[in-house]
Design a protein around this ligand. Structure first.
Ligand SMILES: Cc1ncc(COP(=O)(O)O)c(C=O)c1O
Length: 426
């Protein structure tokens, strides 16, 4: 298989040519939202030029718009390994989860139980807490092991019981990169007669996703985390989407897509999935005549191999920087259980000050809790949080070296002062 041609891939992303203070921008902010390739930008602007209309009209632009939206459902179905009619599009994962939780709640009775985790983004926790408050449900919390930020199956099994109706868990942590053994989680959840609601937002740009293989009932993702526009999508098992009550207006066709959709976003989502699939043949070894789903699976394997090699380099270098601490899984043996996203702290320096220092040098990292608030609190790192470094397939070894060189230059300064001001950090 040919090696991953990262320079050719980077040429497809106009934003990767940006500079700041005379330095090329290096984007390690992917877990907060990735850059988009030219094909996505073009698909969104082409929508406005050629297909801009509301749904269901008897004229050409409306027909074109509807065809694009239908094709976007099929593309996202391919991404998640499910059918187009099982995809619900909406504003973002959070809004869709609040929306669907209302329908799911209609099937629950006071005293029924929902399991949430202490590792997840709050978008897969707070909708269930709100539902529990509204309907007198009981929340049970699956606590992560803080030494490596992992969830253990035995702890889940102790929480499941005859009243468990739903388990809400992430496929991967957006804060520390832990990948949860989601297929192994699904088995005891279904044995207990409960539904599984999976947050795949952080997993989607890094892993081949297969909602049926893991036997999830719902899988949520956000297109802007995998090289597309700001749009959310949720897979719902067909029987459930048909059975659950829908909060909708009477004339609407779609049971869960309320109001006028983000059609230009759907055009971009279609292009984003096609962008990922485009790696399947050249880098993933998929046959030229293979389906988009097959090309996606092959593409994600190639992306994963590239990202993990790069992450191995990042982690090895970070471990050599005095004062830098990695939170979560560390070490070669843990690579298959993590995404290329890591959370660090720099001794004696606030995460914000580190992020500002790097930002001024054209290096984009996030600081804070990234709404994985429960985890950051449990780690005793609230409210400042951590510095998150997220790699994607468009990052390079040279960018990683530049980032770690900056951290190395910072470390002695940070160690010398317990609480440096922002000015000092500069
Ligand atoms: C793991 C995870 N879940 C959920 C969300 C929320 O997604 P959205 O912004 O689409 O509501 C995010 C966003 O950062 C995330 O990283």
């Amino acid at each position: 298989m040919p090696t991953f041609d990262v320079e050719a891939i980077r040429a497809r992303f106009p934003a990767l040519a940006l500079t700041h203070n005379g330095q090329p921008m290096a984007f390690f902010d992917g877990p907060g939202g990735t850059q988009v390739p030219d094909s996505v930008i073009e698909a969104v602007s082409r929508y406005y030029r050629e297909s801009n209309a509301n749904h269901g009209g008897a004229f050409a632009t409306s027909a074109r718009s509807d065809a694009i939206v239908e094709a976007a459902h099929a593309a996202l179905g391919d991404l998640l390994g499910v059918d187009a009619d099982e995809i619900v599009l909406g504003a973002n994962m959070t809004t869709l989860t609040f929306h669907l939780s209302r329908s799911i709640g209609a099937a629950l009775r006071p005293g029924d139980e929902i399991v949430v985790t202490g590792l997840d983004h709050q978008a897969n926790v707070d909708p269930w807490l709100a539902l529990a408050a509204d309907r007198d449900l009981v929340i049970r919390t699956w606590e992560p092991h803080l030494e490596d930020c992992t969830l253990h199956l035995a702890d889940l099994e102790a929480l499941l019981g005859s009243r468990t109706r739903l388990v809400a868990v992430g496929w991967a942590s957006n804060a520390v990169g832990t990948i949860n053994p989601i297929a192994d989680i699904a088995r005891p959840v279904h044995d207990a007669g409960a539904w599984l609601y999976v947050d795949a937002v952080h997993a989607a740009p890094h892993l081949a996703l297969d909602a049926r293989a893991i036997d999830a009932d719902f899988v949520a993702c956000s297109v802007y985390k995998f090289f597309g526009p700001h749009l959310g999508a949720v897979y719902g098992r067909r029987e459930l989407l048909e059975r659950l009550p829908a909060y909708k207006v009477r004339p609407a066709d779609h049971r869960f897509e309320t109001g006028t959709g983000n059609f230009e976003g759907a055009a971009g989502a279609l292009a984003a999935v096609d962008y990922l699939a485009s790696f399947g043949v050249p880098y993933g070894g998929a046959a030229a005549a293979s389906s988009r789903r097959e090309r996606l699976v092959a593409a994600m394997a190639a992306i994963r191999a590239y990202e993990l090699e790069l992450y191995g380099h990042l982690e090895a270098r970070l471990l050599g920087v005095p004062g830098v601490r990695i939170h979560g899984l560390v070490g070669g043996g843990t690579m298959d259980r993590r995404t290329p996203t890591t959370a660090i702290t720099v001794e004696g320096m606030s995460p914000r000050a580190v992020a500002i220092h790097l930002g001024e040098r054209g290096i984009a990292v996030w600081d804070g809790d990234f709404y994985a608030t429960g985890l950051i609190e449990r780690l005793g790192l609230a409210p400042e949080g951590v510095v998150r470094i997220g790699l994607t397939h468009y990052n390079t070894r040279a960018e990683v070296d530049r980032l770690v060189d900056e951290l190395e230059a910072l470390a002695p300064r940070a160690a010398g002062s317990a609480a440096p001001s922002l000015a000092e950090a500069r």
